[in-house]
Design a protein around this ligand. Structure first.
Ligand code: AOF
Ligand code: ZN
Length: 359
């Protein structure tokens, strides 16, 4: 199952709207088939692994990170494929909460006389499938917030200079993380000042994450690194109902896809609505790279599932730009609190990974 999980992990960021699932088939102590869910979500893992195994699948054991599906979707049910191949035993990490499956796959296998074991490495499987599970449970993607700050929590000098606070090792790590998400999100301020590409580079040819920009009035340049590269990776812009019509037209013509989000009483975009919309579009993992206003708003709204904070051993002082904008807290008791789940040093920098207590 460890090997199946490691195989599945290679599909992170590449299989949405589907989860990335790993399947390994073992016959007489030998691995005869191994596959993960294909890029784009289909074919599923099991039929690919079964095709490799061929006749060796008869009497073999299949290790699968998620319950094999039971529904007739765009592909036939994987449970049926395992039964037809004559597999003797199926070991599953986690039951599939998708209402179309939800135990139906396990029941079908058992009914066919196959020995089924579940719950093997379930914690690791839940971590791996957190994006899929969040979308199933809450209807929105998992949100990872990334901050790269100085010792004193600054992300740029007073005049906006931010390249580079962290070193090359930490920055390479960020690229790896981008690649493991379905989409990268920034606010309008970051889109304006940094003119970022938000693509994954240096990791060979691969599916690119969707680039997401959040701006109530579409206050972003119509000609930018993002709009010039819509052939490389999609750009989706989330805006309010009051965004100017001409701006919408020009950005659409430039190749961006526009999505209307509700606004809240104060006029800001309703982030919950934005994320629900992204969940409806099939995204399971969103990586937010700032800026400070959006980061603070996501934290205040309790919408950050994971916070990756890269800290460099440099100090800028109070004139520098803070990592987080205003949060309007009156009391310390109102501060969002996260739990430390990992820390490591990366070159001369440190990464602290914080998670939402219930994630
Ligand atoms: C599996 N093996 O490799 C994956 C599964 O839209 P469909 O028909 O492709 O089905 C998508 C659902 O299948 C998805 O919501 C999840 O429940 C399951 N994913 N199942 O047996 C796989 N990726
Ligand atoms: Zn399936």
């Amino acid at each position: 199952m460890d090997a199946a999980l490691a195989l599945a992990a290679r599909g992170l960021g590449r299989t949405w709207p589907n989860p990335t699932v790993g399947c390994i088939i073992v016959a007489e102590g030998r691995m005869v088939g191994r596959a993960r869910t294909a890029d784009g979500g289909r074919p599923h893992a099991e039929p690919q692994a079964l095709a490799q195994a061929g006749d060796h699948a008869r009497g073999a054991t299949a290790y699968v990170t998620l319950e094999p599906c039971a529904h007739h979707g765009q592909t036939p049910p994987c449970a049926e494929a395992l039964i037809a191949a004559g597999v003797a035993r199926v070991v599953v990490a986690q039951q599939d909460p998708d209402p179309r499956v939800d135990g139906g796959g396990l029941a079908a296998l058992r009914q066919a006389g196959i020995a089924v074991t579940t719950g093997v490495c379930v914690d690791q499987a839940q971590r791996l499938q957190a994006g899929f599970l969040t979308r199933q449970r809450l209807g929105r993607p998992l949100v990872t917030l990334k901050l790269a700050t100085t010792l004193d929590g600054r992300i740029a000098t007073a005049n906006g200079e931010s390249q580079w606070i962290t070193g090359p090792t930490a920055r390479a790590h960020v690229h790896g993380q981008r690649a493991q998400h379905d989409a990268v999100l920034v606010g309008a301020g970051t889109a304006r000042t940094d003119d970022p590409r938000l693509t994954v580079r240096g990791l060979g040819p691969r599916p690119q994450p969707v680039r997401l920009v959040l701006s109530r009035r579409l206050d972003v340049p119509t000609d930018s690194a993002l709009t010039r590269s819509t052939d490389t990776a999609p750009v989706w812009m989330l805006h309010g109902p009051d965004a100017p019509e001409d701006k919408r037209r020009v950005l659409t013509e430039a190749g961006a896809r526009l999505l209307v989000v509700r606004t809240r009483q104060g006029g800001q975009l309703d982030l919950e609505d934005a994320l629900r919309l992204l969940g409806d579009m099939g995204l399971t993992r969103v990586y937010c790279e700032g800026g400070g206003t959006l980061a603070a708003a996501l934290l205040s709204a309790d919408l950050v599932d994971r916070l990756d904070c890269y800290t460099a051993g440099a100090a800028i002082g109070a004139e520098g730009r803070p990592a987080l904008g205003a949060m309007g807290l009156a009391h310390l008791s109102e501060a969002p609190r996260l739990r430390l789940s990992d820390s490591r040093s990366l070159g001369g920098d440190v990464l602290h990974r914080w998670t939402r207590p219930e994630t």
